[in-house]
Ligand binder design. Structure first.
Ligand code: ADP
Ligand code: MG
Length: 285
């Protein structure tokens, strides 16, 4: 791996920064009018971990990513990164500290090709990068996400899977320490999901801490060290995948009470369910 892809230099270290979790949310709330999309949310993420985040549509997952990435400010609570309060930092400053995110709705720059889109990511994450270096970073990252053969394609010529790969590439080009993945697997085939899971593992092995939001419970259970469950903006569970997926509150949040009772009889496995299954079940009720 090139030095441009390795960890950014440490800045503004404090006395206890090296003991602190990589990321910590403390009582974070974000309201839209009367709705608390994220409600008194606290959790922390240790360096090197993969944390999965699940929850029904509208649970506040993307809002949480916006708050960590800095495109939205919380109404209350604090967000610490390497022990420092980052609440007041704009997104580009957070990117340079090593925080990168993908967007659930992929939004490549229309006029730019794939390689140029990834170069924008490289410039965003690293101050003073020259063009040749950015090009080198882009090509290296495109290779990693298996998109090098489409480097000259325009955004609108890409399949869903390729657009998700481009989102990953743009985030990786910033040289993240913390990667926030917002539903990078939705809309993919089973084979593509398996590839995405493998890619996340590889990225994590290079020392990148990952927060992965996903609808596909089976995929997230496979890749995560821990899973956090959001429901109406609140954390309702945070534990190992097997503990979380057998937690009655989680089953209830996903499936409704009736299904939870049925599950006790049928021993239906949550591992194979997606939120779409749940929504279908709700419609059937
Ligand atoms: P998830 O990603 O878990 O599906 P979101 O974070 O996108 O959930 O949304 C949580 C809630 O906040 C939803 O009710 C959604 O309609 C609302 N919401 C999200 N973004 C905005 C916004 N920019 N303005 C107003 N309401 C929003
Ligand atoms: Mg979302």
């Amino acid at each position: 791996m090139s030095d441009a892809l390795s960890q950014p230099t440490e800045s503004n270290t404090s006395l206890h920064a090296h003991d602190a979790p990589l990321l910590q949310l403390a009582g974070v709330t974000k309201r839209f009018g009367g709705l608390a999309a994220v409600n008194d949310l606290s959790f922390s993420l240790q360096k090197g971990e993969i944390l999965g985040v699940i929850g029904p549509n509208g649970a506040g997952k993307s809002t949480m990513v916006n708050l960590i990435g800095g495109s939205m400010a919380p109404n209350s609570g604090a967000i610490f990164y390497q022990g420092h309060d980052i609440n007041r930092l704009p997104p580009n400053r957070r990117a340079r500290l090593g925080i990168a995110r993908t967007f659930q709705i992929t939004q490549p720059f229309a006029g730019l090709n794939v390689r140029e889109n990834v170069m924008v990511g490289a410039f965003f994450g690293q101050r003073g990068l020259d063009r040749a270096r950015a090009l080198h970073v882009a090509d290296e990252v495109l290779e990693r996400v298996n998109l090098a053969h489409k480097a000259t394609f325009k955004g609108d010529q890409l399949t869903i899977a390729d657009r998700k790969r481009l989102e990953m590439a743009r985030a990786l080009a910033t040289s993240p320490q913390l990667l926030l993945l917002d539903e990078v697997m939705s809309g993919l085939t089973a084979t593509e999901v398996a590839q995405a899971v493998e890619l996340i593992r590889q990225i994590n092995k290079t020392g990148v801490t990952v927060l992965v939001i996903e609808h596909i419970v089976r995929a997230i259970a496979k890749v995560s060290d821990r899973i956090l469950v959001l429901h109406h903006g609140r954390k309702i569970a945070e534990d190992t995948p097997s503990q979380v997926l057998s937690d009655p509150r989680v089953i209830e949040a996903y499936l409704g009470e009736r299904y939870a009772k049925k599950r006790m009889q049928d021993e239906v496995s949550l591992y194979s369910l997606t939120v779409e299954d749940v929504e279908q079940h709700r419609e059937e009720e």
